[in-house]
Design a protein around this ligand. Structure first.
Ligand SMILES: [Zn+2]
Ligand SMILES: [Zn+2]
Length: 313
């Protein structure tokens, strides 16, 4: 199983502002030694090791889970556009099973869907899965009226929407898929995908901080033993207190919940559009310090989601 992140930003796509790009350029120039710039190879090596040469990314939620001849896609945010281009380039768009799983139908999780090339291929089958019975109507709405030039049902692919049951696993194309109701306006569902003895969990968007006592065991049971667990950790500890009831969490609750869950890696996801790269890096540093202080034996790694981040499990 290979897991790759194509969109990691929450709420709204966030292209890198010029001011933030300039900050990176300034830091790169200020920290370079003459030897770092001596040859093209030296420049590449310098860029490879500098923390200023990359960005966490501004596309909204989209995660690829690939195995055998299948491509599972978790959410269709703006990150789906680049994933679609990759699937065209490596031909999987034509040959592999395509399954899109929606956590929910807020804009940031669906707006890449009309830009996914396979929906325009004649008779191409695409399976859409969610926890809701009205997924087709919700997807059609964003392409309806004056919102998009190609209306639902006017594309050549065959998109089939299916509701997943709560509380029981569903076998899909050689994998086992479970959903978990989350705490979010308009209903959202988390996912656990098990395949070939490995597993990935995806729990966004959810506000656990309001009800930590009620959900900690339920969430811990859901992710138990998973290799990678991606969670909505949109806000820092103090920012959260300005955003109560917005439907999002901090990483600190999840560190508490999962200390004994035997997971491999916990991933900060759904970054705030207001969070610059240094701010996301600081959030990760704070989370690591919190884990050291409160759960030193928890055993999982912590990371902050970055476009292109890949796990081969
Ligand atoms: Zn979202
Ligand atoms: Zn949402």
């Amino acid at each position: 199983m290979q897991v790759r992140l194509w969109g990691v930003r929450g709420s709204l796509a966030t292209p890198l502002p010029n001011a933030w790009l300039r900050d990176k350029a300034r830091a790169l120039l200020a920290e370079a030694a003459p030897a770092d710039l001596a040859t093209p190879q030296a420049i590449d090596a310098y860029l490879d090791r500098s923390p200023h040469s990359w960005t966490y990314g501004g596309n909204t939620s989209c995660v690829e889970v690939a195995f055998d001849d299948q491509v599972f896609i978790l959410d269709a945010g703006t990150g789906l556009r680049a994933l679609g281009a990759q699937l065209l380039a490596d031909k999987r768009a034509f040959t592999h099973g395509l399954h899109i799983f929606f956590t929910h139908f807020h804009w940031d999780h669906i707006c890449g869907f009309p830009f996914f090339p396979p929906i325009y291929f004649k008779d191409r089958a695409i399976q859409v899965w969610s926890g809701r019975s009205d997924a087709e109507a919700l997807l059609a709405t964003q392409m309806g009226g004056a919102h998009f030039p190609v209306k639902w049902g006017r594309f050549d692919g065959k998109v089939t929407c299916t509701q997943l049951p709560e509380g029981a696993p569903t076998a899909i194309a050689g994998a086992t898929v479970r959903i978990l109701p989350l705490i979010h306006p308009d209903k959202a569902y988390g996912y656990r995908i098990d395949q070939g003895g490995r597993s990935v969990c995806y729990l966004t968007d959810t506000e656990v901080s309001l009800h930590p006592g009620k959900v900690s065991e339920v969430y811990a049971d859901f992710v138990r033993g998973a290799d990678v667990v991606i969670v909505d950790a949109m806000y820092g500890f103090l920012e959260y207190h300005d955003k109560v009831n917005f439907g999002h969490s901090t990483i600190f609750n999840f560190i508490d919940f999962f200390r004994d869950a035997g997971i491999g890696e916990l991933v900060i996801f759904h970054h705030d559009p207001n969070a610059s790269d240094p701010k996301v890096a600081q959030l990760l540093a704070d989370a690591k310090r919190y884990q050291e202080l409160t759960a030193p034996n928890a055993g999982f790694r912590l990371s902050a989601a970055r476009e292109g981040q890949t796990w081969t499990l």
